[in-house]
Design a protein around this ligand. Structure first.
Ligand SMILES: Cc1cc2nc3c(=O)[nH]c(=O)nc-3n(C[C@H](O)[C@H](O)[C@H](O)COP(=O)(O)OP(=O)(O)OC[C@H]3O[C@@H](n4cnc5c(N)ncnc54)[C@H](O)[C@@H]3O)c2cc1C
Length: 391
C-alpha cells in the first residue's frame, strides 16, 4: 500500500489531520490499533479552546458541536470557602471555550472520514516506523491477521503516549523532560444536571476537586486521589461526600446535586515532552510527543495545534515549494507545548495538595489564588492561557 501521509493513530490528532489533508486534496491513510467503538467511547477530554473550535468549524466538522456543545465564558475558582469567577471574554477580548466531549469530536471526524475521506483502518496496529530519515519512510503494520507495509512520503505519529512512532527517533537525538505527580484524578460521569453552569476548580486542605459537565444532564467530576488508587476503592456515596467537602463554600444557596454514577476511573498525572518532534520525514503530534496533567485542559488542544501546524506546513510546501514551515515544525510546536506545560504545571501546583505539603506550602497556594483573584493582570494571564495560545 502507498500514500502521501501515513498517519499512525485515530485519536483526535490523527483523525483531524486526515480531515485537514483531505480538504487540501492530499492523500492519507490512518492506521488505528483499536476498533471504532473503543475510539468513540474512550472518556477523556471535554474542553475545547477557542482556536480548536474555529479549526473544527473551518474543517467542516463543527455543525453538531455548534448544536450540542456548551459555550463557556468563564470558570469558577474556589478556595478558603470563597468563590471567584474568571470572566474569559472580558479578560481576553472576547475569547470563550466550548464544552464538547472528545468522544463526540472523534465521532464527528470518523463519520466525515468514512463518507468521503481516505482509508481509515481500524484494528490495524502499527508495529514500527522504518526509514524515518530517508526519502521513503514506511509503516509496518498488522491488519486482519496479516503483516503489511504502508509506503509514505511522510509519516505522522499520532499514536499517543504508548505508541510506537516515537521509538523511531534514535536515542542519540532524543531529549525527554518529565515530571510525575504523587496523585491522580478519580473521575466520574453521573446522570444528573451539573450543579453549576461553569466549571468549578476547587482547592481545599483535603485536596483538589473539579466540577465539570458533559451536557446539560450529565455531570463530570474529579477528585485528587493518591497515586495508585483503584477507582473501585471508592463507593459512589463516598465520592459525593468528598466532593461536597472539597467544594464547600460560604453560600447557603449552593448545593451539590447527586445522581447515579455511570462511569468511574483514575487518571495518573504526568508532564512529559519529547524533543525534537520531527526526525527526517517522521513528525510526532499530540500525546505521542507530549503529555500535560489535565488541570489546564490542554492535551486535546495541543494535539489539534500540532496537526494544524503540520497540515499548513505541508500545504505551503506543496503549493509554493516553501519548506520553511515544515523545517520549523518542531520549534513551532514546542513553543506552544512549553507554554501549555507551564500553564498546566502552574494550575496543578496551585490547586492540588501534595502528600508532603507543609503549612508553608498551603499558605503559598492561598497567596497564589489570592493574587490571581485580585490582580487584573494575573487573572488575565490565567484567562489567556486557559482559552488558548494562537494557532
Ligand atoms: C481523564 C482525562 C481528561 C482529560 N481532559 C482533557 C481536557 O479537558 N482537555 C484537553 O485538551 N485534554 C484533556 N485530556 C487529554 C486528551 O484526552 C489527550 O491529550 C488527547 O487524547 C490526545 O490526542 P491524541 O490523538 O494525540 O492521542 P490519543 O487520543 O491517545 O490517540 C492515540 C490513538 O493511537 C492509537 N494507537 C496507539 N498505538 C498504536 C499503534 N501502534 N498502531 C495504531 N494505532 C495506535 C490509540 O489506540 C489511540 O486511538 C484528558 C485526558 C484524560 C485521560
Amino acid at each position: 500500500m502507498r500514500t502521501t501521509v501515513g498517519i499512525v493513530g485515530a485519536g483526535p490528532a490523527g483523525l483531524l489531520l486526515a480531515r485537514l489533508l483531505h480538504n487540501a486534496g492530499i492523500e492519507s491513510v490512518v492506521l488505528e490499533s483499536r476498533d471504532r467503538a473503543y475510539v468513540e467511547q474512550r472518556q477523556r477530554a471535554g474542553i475545547l479552546e477557542q482556536g480548536t473550535v474555529d479549526v473544527l468549524r473551518e474543517a467542516g466538522v463543527g455543525a453538531r458541536m455548534d448544536r450540542e456543545g456548551l459555550p463557556h465564558d468563564g470558570i469558577e475558582l474556589r478556595f478558603d470557602r470563597r468563590r471567584h469567577r474568571v470572566d474569559f471574554p472580558a479578560l481576553t477580548g472576547g475569547r470563550q471555550v466550548m464544552v464538547y466531549a472528545q468522544t463526540e469530536v472523534c465521532k464527528d471526524l470518523i463519520a466525515a472520514q468514512l463518507v468521503d475521506g481516505g482509508p481509515l483502518l481500524f484494528e490495524a496496529e502499527a508495529l514500527a516506523v522504518e526509514g524515518a530519515d530517508t526519502p521513503a519512510p514506511r509503516i509496518r503494520f498488522r491488519h486482519e491477521g496479516r503483516e503489511d507495509v504502508l509506503d509514505c512520503d511522510y509519516v505522522v505519529g499520532c499514536d499517543g503516549f504508548w505508541g510506537v512512532a516515537r521509538q523511531a527517533v534514535p536515542e542519540s537525538v532524543s531529549r525527554t523532560y518529565e515530571r510525575t505527580y504523587p496523585f491522580g484524578w478519580l473521575g466520574i460521569l453521573a446522570d444528573v444536571a451539573p450543579s453549576h453552569d461553569e466549571l468549578v476548580y476547587a482547592r481545599s486542605d483535603r485536596g483538589f476537586a473539579l466540577l465539570s459537565m458533559r451536557s446539560p444532564s450529565v455531570t463530570r467530576a474529579y477528585l485528587q486521589v493518591p497515586e495508585g488508587t483503584d477507582a473501585d476503592d471508592w463507593a459512589d456515596e463516598e465520592i459525593w461526600d468528598e466532593l461536597d467537602r472539597r467544594l464547600e463554600v460560604d453560600d447557603p444557596d449552593w448545593r451539590l446535586a447527586r445522581g447515579p454514577v455511570t462511569s468511574k476511573s483514575v487518571t495518573p498525572m504526568r508532564s512529559y515532552v519529547h524533543e525534537p518532534m520531527r526526525h527526517g520525514r517522521l513528525f510526532l503530534a499530540g500525546d505521542a510527543a507530549h503529555i500535560v496533567p489535565p488541570t489546564g485542559a490542554k492535551g486535546l488542544n495541543l494535539a489539534v495545534g500540532d496537526v494544524v501546524t503540520f497540515a499548513r506546513a505541508l500545504i505551503a510546501y506543496r503549493e509554493k515549494g516553501d519548506a520553511t514551515a515544515l523545517d520549523a515544525y518542531s520549534e513551532t510546536c514546542l513553543r506552544r507545548v512549553w507554554q501549555a506545560e507551564r500553564f498546566s504545571y502552574a494550575m496543578t501546583t496551585m490547586l492540588h495538595r501534595a502528600p508532603d505539603a507543609t503549612a508553608f506550602d498551603d499558605r503559598i497556594q492561598l497567596a497564589r489564588l489570592d493574587r490571581v483573584t485580585t490582580s487584573g493582570s494575573a487573572e488575565a494571564d490565567l484567562a489567556e492561557a486557559y482559552t488558548g495560545f494562537a494557532l
